[in-house]
Design a protein around this ligand. Structure first.
Ligand SMILES: C[S@@+](CC[C@H](N)C(=O)[O-])C[C@H]1O[C@@H](n2cnc3c(N)ncnc32)[C@H](O)[C@@H]1O
Length: 438
């Protein structure tokens, strides 16, 4: 993993200034441009600056995530404004500032001023004048730059070319809507823990606290506005979890019953494990290949007053974790491109490459093969991804079913391939339910 070019945040700008947020965000985006996942860059930033106030963290996160969603457009515009490339993180500072100018044109003067202050903290202030000139040109030429951006595929759709082409091929009618949804701010949905509270009790507490929600389904609430969990009545008491409405289908589609032996094979951080345990009184084994992430399963279950057998192991290595007793239900929420949740992780669309998709598909096929051996005859396995790409979804399952005569595909909500596309209510998910016939 590349180390950050400029790990130290600015020192001469007040922490609560826009300039500080612009500069810190630029450092983070420069790391992503260099190939680092945003979560890793953020983990390093907060570890180095643990006392950063919540409000300052929020401003940095908001600016960074929204700039990465918009990156394709601002990078195109920057390319039009520069004669030759500038060093990082100066270029990223300009991308962040251009994004801010686009979304807050009413504050143009402040944005330019603060971005120039930020530039004076970088590389000995060498590019302060260039930054000023570029941003002033951007303002002067905003109309023609916007027009040019509207005719460029990446600038218009804010996704990489291979991603746009893939969606165009696979969704000739819907690709534009999928891309547009991927550029929006994600919704915040909640899951009610029926072991601790009823929907009615939670709704009454929310109404009393002035929080507006829509009930999408039993146990699934959609907040009008994302809120810090510390402001949600009942969260600390384990009455609620944050979980996308699309992800909440997994436990429902698994067809759970009390007393079953259930495996959640790729379980961390444990959102679906918890939902399984809230749905039925089952004996759950929750497995994840990452020991660090497996630890989070235990923590999340503990907050909700739930328990499972948690193991850190690669689910493909049966000898390492399986005692030979078959499972009646298996959830295979496999690692995937995460193309259905790109608005939550906007760095991934710039970090992934086209050939990552067949690599994910190969890994998913191996996981399916291994887990099938652990499923009891008559048992059911739910295959799930947060992807919208066919190679990881319908194609994968069609090929698996063709290889396994003892696999019968069961319809979910009337469909064999249950593909949810990202929209205002939920993220993009895929589900397929497989029954072992012998
Ligand atoms: C999509 S996430 C799971 C999300 C989880 N089901 C939830 O709802 O909170 C996929 C997980 O699979 C894990 N993983 C990847 N390869 C694995 C493997 N071969 N065996 C077990 N876990 C694996 C990753 O560490 C990651 O935590």
């Amino acid at each position: 993993m590349p180390t950050p070019a400029h790990p130290a945040p600015p020192t001469r700008l007040p922490e609560d200034s826009l300039g500080y947020a612009l500069l810190t965000s630029a450092e983070l985006i420069a790391e992503v441009v260099g190939g680092t996942a945003l979560t890793d860059a953020l983990a390093r930033l907060w570890a180095a600056h643990p006392a950063t106030p919540a409000g300052v963290r929020g401003a940095i996160l908001d600016l960074t995530y929204s700039t990465l969603r918009d990156y394709g457009r601002q990078d195109f515009i920057l390319g039009k404004l520069l004669q030759k490339p500038l060093p990082e993180p100066v270029q990223s500072l300009l991308r962040v500032a251009l994004h801010r100018l686009a979304v807050r044109p009413d504050t143009a003067h402040t944005v330019v001023d603060q971005a120039v202050s930020a530039a004076s903290n970088l590389i000995g202030g060498k590019f302060k004048g260039v930054a000023n000139g570029v941003l002033r040109n951007a303002l002067r030429q905003s109309g023609e730059l916007a027009q040019a951006a509207d005719t460029d595929m990446v600038a218009e759709h804010r996704h990489p070319p291979w991603w746009i082409r893939r969606l165009k091929n696979q969704y000739p009618q819907k690709w534009r809507a999928i891309l547009a949804a991927g550029n929006t701010h994600p919704p915040m949905a909640l899951r009610v823990n029926p072991l601790r509270a009823s929907d009615d009790e939670v709704l009454a507490d929310f109404a009393a606290a002035g929080i507006t929600v829509k009930r999408l389904a039993a146990g699934t609430l959609l907040l009008d506005q994302p809120l810090s969990v510390s402001r949600l009545p009942g969260f600390a008491e384990g009455c609620l979890s944050v979980q996308d409405a699309g992800a909440q289908h997994a436990a429902r589609y698994l067809d759970l019953d009390d007393g079953q032996r259930v495996l959640d094979a790729c379980a961390a951080p444990g959102g679906k494990s918890a939902h399984i345990l809230e749905t039925a009184d089952v004996a759950l084994t929750a497995l994840d290949s990452s020991p660090v992430r497996a630890q989070r399963i235990s923590e999340n279950l503990a907050r909700l007053g739930l328990a499972a057998e948690v193991k850190a192991s690669d689910c493909r290595k049966l000898d390492a974790w399986w005692d030979g007793r078959p499972f009646e239900r298996i959830l295979a929420d496999v690692p995937c491109s995460a193309s259905g949740v790109v608005r939550r992780n906007p760095d991934i669309k710039w970090l992934r490459r086209s050939d990552d998709i067949p690599r994910f598909a190969a890994q998913q096929a191996e996981i399916l093969e291994a887990l099938w051996q652990t499923l009891a005859p008559g048992g059911k396995m739910l295959y799930a991804t947060c992807s919208v790409f066919a190679e990881e979804n319908g194609d994968q399952i069609t090929a698996f079913a063709a290889r396994h005569p003892d696999c019968r595909r069961l319809p979910i909500a009337g469909q064999l391939d249950c593909q949810y596309l990202p929209c205002a209510e939920h993220d993009g998910f895929f589900y397929a339910l497989l029954e072992k016939t012998a």
